[in-house]
Write a protein that binds this ligand. Sequence first.
Ligand SMILES: Cc1cc2nc3c(=O)[nH]c(=O)nc-3n(C[C@H](O)[C@H](O)[C@H](O)COP(=O)(O)OP(=O)(O)OC[C@H]3O[C@@H](n4cnc5c(N)ncnc54)[C@H](O)[C@@H]3O)c2cc1C
Ligand code: FES
Length: 284
Amino acid sequence: MPSRILKKRSLIPGQTSELVLDAPHIAAKAKPGNFVILRVSENGERIPLTIADTDKKAGTITIVYLVLGKTTAQLETLKEGDDILDLCGPLGKDTDIHKYDGPVICVGGGTGIAAMHHIAKGHHMAGNHVIAIIGARTKDLLLFEKELKRFCPEVLVSTDDGSYGHKGLVTEILEARLKADPTIGEVVAVGPVPMMAAVARTTKPFGVKTVVSLNSIMVDGIGMCGACRVSVGGKTQFACVDGPEFDGQLVDFKELSSRLSAFKAMEQISYEEFKKSHVCKCSH
Ligand SMILES: Cc1cc2nc3c(=O)[nH]c(=O)nc-3n(C[C@H](O)[C@H](O)[C@H](O)COP(=O)(O)OP(=O)(O)OC[C@H]3O[C@@H](n4cnc5c(N)ncnc54)[C@H](O)[C@@H]3O)c2cc1C
Ligand code: FES
């Protein structure tokens, strides 16, 4: 079904944008953890993007994307008032949310911070004390700090270059919190695969439940094509229907990384061709 772009906000110019989409049927059903699959052009590929927020009353969903290759670059060319050719969702299992006696820590890295926002909000709505730990390479690349501060009593920031917050990695802040507070109920991590793997390594000695949201390559998003298969606890799982959230201690992150880069060379060619053709259209 097509979906109109009601609002577009550039979060990091040329790199990351937020779209508010008219999607009443998806907004009515979407829960934290769900994603959509969209297509921008008739012959284009289908790509999954997490639902970062919903407004059920207004019938809208919010998505945030990083321009990484051809399809996200095509998406970035759309403006307010344009339609996304088709949008399918909500997909994936809902986040398993419980009320804990102790705090829940939600860790986000890069664009994963926006995806983590909906999960953190779900934990807050369930009555949990949510501590957000967010990280980026540098201050200008940090997303959703203000949005998280609306309901998280603590938002702790790290940047690789020390331009804002703690100089270093999100896992350093996480480890310090785990040492200081034995009552932490759960840790959730959304972000680049190396970050999620590092979060799982950090929480392991503390025995705290750790949930990661996997971004494996997806095609149909309904469990039929097998593209998104991941190994979890030695068993094959389909991230689109069995996840995308899994127990971080059981995920084979090495296999996931290698599957994610399987089409790199083809993706690069396709992106270069798109950039050439796009420049050509604009200049004539
Ligand atoms: C459940 C889920 C939720 C996601 N949520 C977000 C989000 O909220 N924001 C965001 O910026 N990104 C998100 N992603 C990743 C996003 O789907 C990819 O960045 C996007 O598909 C890249 O497409 P491209 O054509 O622009 O880049 P390409 O050049 O085609 O690919 C760049 C890289 O993106 C990944 N990728 C490519 N095609 C797919 C595909 N069909 N499915 C998944 N990954 C792919 C691969 O790692 C690839 O190497 C999510 C992925 C999954 C599985
Ligand atoms: S995307 Fe096809 S089985 Fe999951």
